[in-house]
Design a protein around this ligand. Structure first.
Ligand SMILES: NC(=O)c1ccc[n+]([C@@H]2O[C@H](COP(=O)([O-])OP(=O)(O)OC[C@H]3O[C@@H](n4cnc5c(N)ncnc54)[C@H](O)[C@@H]3O)[C@@H](O)[C@H]2O)c1
Length: 270
């Protein structure tokens, strides 16, 4: 109930999915939370949920692709709650994808920069703006939602995967640059998490195929990631800095051909 007592958090993309679940969880553990999202109405709905449960939160419409809005977000966190202990950079570009993501030969410069502006630069600039406050306070915890997509090559998501690999570099770099000043920076690499974004592009067949390559009995839930975010945001993880922490149902813990072996074992009845 009080793992984040007296702490203040600012979360981006918190109107839905992982960000929403994290906002609810952080507030339930005693943090004051600035709930921000491109869609102000979605942020407000999350704040109403938090308040109904007795928590403290404030909603703000923020496009993390706009530098002036990021500055206003950090300023609002500090002016309203008096400090900023946790910055959770979680927003993801959710604008239309199309051919550029599926066909490398249709790779599109504008789309690439659009994705990088939101998925990478938004979090980097928000960190730059929050860190002076954290330095004054003597520490802080910065989180980014990366992705298991950052860990290897893909046959699609040509801008998204690259942007998440970039996120990993900044996480480790911020961790190294400010770690000795008490500011930690860690990344969460979710696997398949059943959020509105994931459900928009998956279907029942894909979910079944994903489940096949999992090494747990189910796919992920936003609350699984919120639980890890809570740990990384709290002082319980004080010795953890610069990690790229996977929460992916064991999807990436095996040799790549494990499903082939499993099928073989099944068909041969061994
Ligand atoms: N769901 C998964 O399977 C999965 C897997 C790996 C990584 N992730 C990562 O988790 C994070 C959260 O994703 P989710 O699945 O909860 O998505 P989601 O679509 O449920 O939530 C994303 C939120 O970001 C907001 N948003 C979009 N553009 C924005 C902008 N420019 N500024 C501010 N907010 C903006 C949307 O309005 C939305 O509320 C993302 O960084 C995503 O890349 C998700």
């Amino acid at each position: 109930m009080d793992r984040l007592k007296d702490k203040v958090a600012c979360i981006t993309g918190a109107g839905s999915g992982i960000g929403r679940a994290s906002a609810l969880r952080f507030a339930s553990e005693g943090a004051g939370v600035l709930v921000t999202d491109l869609r102000g109405d979605a942020a407000e709905a999350v704040v109403r949920e938090i308040e109904a449960a007795g928590g403290k939160a404030l909603a703000m419409a923020v496009d993390v692709g706009q530098e002036d809005q990021l500055a206003a977000m950090i300023e609002r966190t500090v002016s309203h709650f008096g400090r900023i202990d946790i910055l959770y950079n979680n927003a993801v570009n959710t604008s239309g994808k199309g051919k550029a993501d599926k066909d490398f030969l249709a790779f599109d410069t504008e789309r690439f920069f659009d994705v990088v502006r939101v998925n990478v630069l938004g979090g980097v600039l928000a960190s730059k703006m929050a860190i002076p406050h954290m330095l004054r306070q003597g520490g802080g915890s910065i989180l980014f939602t990366s992705s298991t997509s950052s860990l290897g090559g893909d046959v699609a998501q040509f801008s998204y995967g690259g942007s998440k690999a970039m996120v990993n570099w900044y996480v480790q770099t911020i961790a190294a640059t400010f770690g000795k000043h008490g500011i930690r920076c860690n990344a969460i690499l979710p696997g398949v998490i059943q959020t509105p974004a994931q459900q928009a592009w998956a279907n029942a067949e894909m979910d079944a195929a994903f489940l096949d390559i999992h090494n747990v009995p189910r796919l992920g839930k936003p609350e699984d990631i919120a639980a890890l975010a809570l740990f990384l945001a709290s002082d319980e993880s004080a010795y953890i800095n610069g990690t790229l922490m996977r929460s992916d149902g064991g999807m990436s813990c095996t040799v790549p051909y494990v499903q082939v072996v499993r099928n073989l074992l099944t068909t041969k009845g061994a």
